[in-house]
Design a protein. Structure first.
Length: 165
């Protein structure tokens, strides 16, 4: 997948994104580097913990955060394409993350899903109508984004969703 862009102001609040951003721009380079490394490690650990709470696993999963660029780099080997895409979405749908550098491999190759950036006023039914021509296919999108989505009515602007074929 490579580099995927996300809306950094939307998503799960897992770490102090503003604090990390401020540390990256601090005037004292030595102190800034030490503090930024500490905050980056904490942010990467928080994102990894979030992935784990979603019961998504990948062999050798590694999650790193760079506060200077608001980029998460994720690597390892996912068991299948759906798990890979869900891990990437877990990394990107986090407040303070602007990009995900996807270095994940897949044990069982399959076609990639399409993605949809949720806009104000979107519903899963409206997205399903647009993508599949059938508003009643919204459950297919909901199920493709579980466990991150807890309810079909709980989506928000700036969120990136998997749209399976």
């Amino acid at each position: 997948m490579g580099i995927i862009s996300f809306f950094k102001e939307a998503g799960e609040k897992l770490f102090g994104a503003k604090e990390t951003e401020a540390a990256a721009q601090a005037p004292d380079p030595a102190a800034a580097q030490a503090r930024l490394a500490e905050l980056n490690a904490a942010a990467g650990a928080a994102i990894r913990k979030y992935i784990d709470t979603q019961n998504l696993a990948a062999e050798g999963l590694k999650v790193e955060y760079d506060g200077a660029t608001q980029t998460v780099t994720v690597s390892g080997t996912a068991p299948d394409q759906a798990t890979k895409e869900k891990i990437v979405l877990c990394c990107g749908n986090v407040q303070g993350v602007a990009k995900v550098n996807d270095l994940l491999a897949v044990a069982q190759a399959a076609p990639e899903s399409r993605f949809h950036l949720v806009e104000k006023g979107d519903t899963l039914s409206a997205i399903a109508k647009k993508m599949y021509g059938n508003a009643n296919a919204y459950m297919k999108i909901f199920e493709a984004n579980q466990p991150m989505l807890k309810h079909p009515d709980k989506i928000y602007p700036g969120q990136l969703l998997r749209i399976p074929e």
